[in-house]
Ligand binder design. Structure first.
Ligand SMILES: *Cc1c(COP(=O)(O)O)cnc(C)c1O
Length: 356
């Protein structure tokens, strides 16, 4: 499939923001990729074109029934101006798992990767040079058919936008405070917790707001059935270092299979850490904190890579983890993964893909 490119006119180009003040998801590059789908024709008209607003019928089905999925990955600039992606095939495959769960059409893996490659290279100047900054890429698929009956749509739009994001830890590798939600749940068995479906995030906002009002950064979700087992934190996966083990909940249909989670599991094992994917009750976490065997905790995701947890609030009490500090293992894994992403160390896993 040949991707057409329509370059922005000079007057359509946006000013580049200050790379020291990027934040997350505030600036978008000059172009976007779009491709349409109709049941009878499949995918058609792949094009990279100037960034623009979408025009949708008010009854476009994504607006009513949430048939919408997305992905998140990054492009990194190496010291010799190389451009790297990190394990993009994982995002491509996960997007197609999300599509299947929401009765949406899959995107051919080769076309998807080609679109990413050509799009990011066209926007190469938007890949930041500032240390720790990167180009965040957001592939998205929405149901565009104009109809109000509840059924899988016959028409879709796949688009990719991207924009520069800042170093997550502009002021050092700081720990977050997390709030364990005892009443709201994120995902139930048989639901859509294992895919990046837009509706999951709408459903999570209420508990996040409560956590925020209590002074916490993120929500730690427990399982929907018993409200007992740790699942994930915000839009990240969670790890606890207990005794000599690094424990993370298993993928069982309610947890998003994070690319960073998988990378941390493989890298930690490679470094000789004993990693255990198993169910972990919140009571076990609290007991380990009280006995002093819980050494550290951290969350993993593309945006922050590794986010150490310093405090945890559960049932009217706040507990300190590692005296409220970032742990040594979190910091080690963070540095190793960043070095692989930016091309400053060898990559024994073949995770880095150089595209330019
Ligand atoms: C995206 C996401 C993650 C992290 O996945 P990565 O591939 O590591 O970015 C974890 N949990 C949820 C709910 C997510 O949406």
């Amino acid at each position: 499939m040949k991707i057409k490119t329509i370059k922005a006119r000079p007057d359509q180009l946006k000013p580049k923001p200050d790379e020291k003040k990027l934040g997350f998801g505030q600036y978008f590059a000059d172009h976007m990729f779009t491709m349409k789908y109709r049941g009878a024709d499949g995918w058609y008209d792949p094009v990279i074109e100037p960034y623009h607003s979408l025009q949708l019928d008010p009854t476009a089905m994504c607006l009513h029934y949430g048939q919408e999925i997305f992905e998140g990955l990054k492009a990194y600039r190496g010291t010799n101006d190389e451009i790297f992606l990190f394990r993009p095939m994982e995002n491509i495959r996960r997007m197609n798992v999300s599509a299947a769960r929401l009765c949406m059409p899959p995107v051919d893996e080769t076309v998807f990767l080609d679109a990413l490659r050509q799009f990011v290279l066209l926007e190469k100047e938007w890949v930041p040079r500032e240390k720790g900054a990167s180009l965040y890429i957001r592939p998205t698929m929405i149901a565009t058919e104009a109809a109000l009956g509840v059924h899988p749509a016959d028409e879709y739009l796949f688009f990719i936008v991207c924009g520069p994001v800042g170093a997550y830890y502009a002021h050092g590798f700081g720990p977050t405070k997390i709030y364990v939600s005892d009443d709201c749940v994120r995902a139930a068995p048989g639901g859509t917790g294992h895919v990046k479906a837009a509706g999951n995030y709408a459903a999570s906002l209420y508990a996040s707001r409560i956590a925020g009002e209590m002074g916490y950064t993120q929500v730690l979700w427990l399982d929907a059935r018993e409200n007992r087992y740790v699942e994930e934190v915000g839009t990240s996966n969670i790890f606890f270092a207990i005794g000599d083990q690094l424990v993370t909940p298993p993928l069982g249909g309610t947890i998003l299979p994070g690319v960073t989670r998988d990378s941390v599991i493989k890298l930690a094992a490679h470094l000789g850490v004993n990693v255990d994917e198993r169910r972990l009750a919140m009571t076990e976490v609290i007991t380990a904190i009280e006995k002093g065997t819980l050494r550290e905790a951290f969350a993993t995701g593309t945006a922050a890579v590794i986010s150490p947890v310093g405090r945890i609030y559960y049932r009217d009490r706040e507990y300190l983890i590692n005296e409220g500090n970032a742990g040594a293992l979190a910091e080690k894994l963070y540095n190793e993964i960043l070095q692989i992403q930016y091309g400053t160390r060898e990559d024994p896993f073949g995770w880095r893909m150089q595209i330019g």
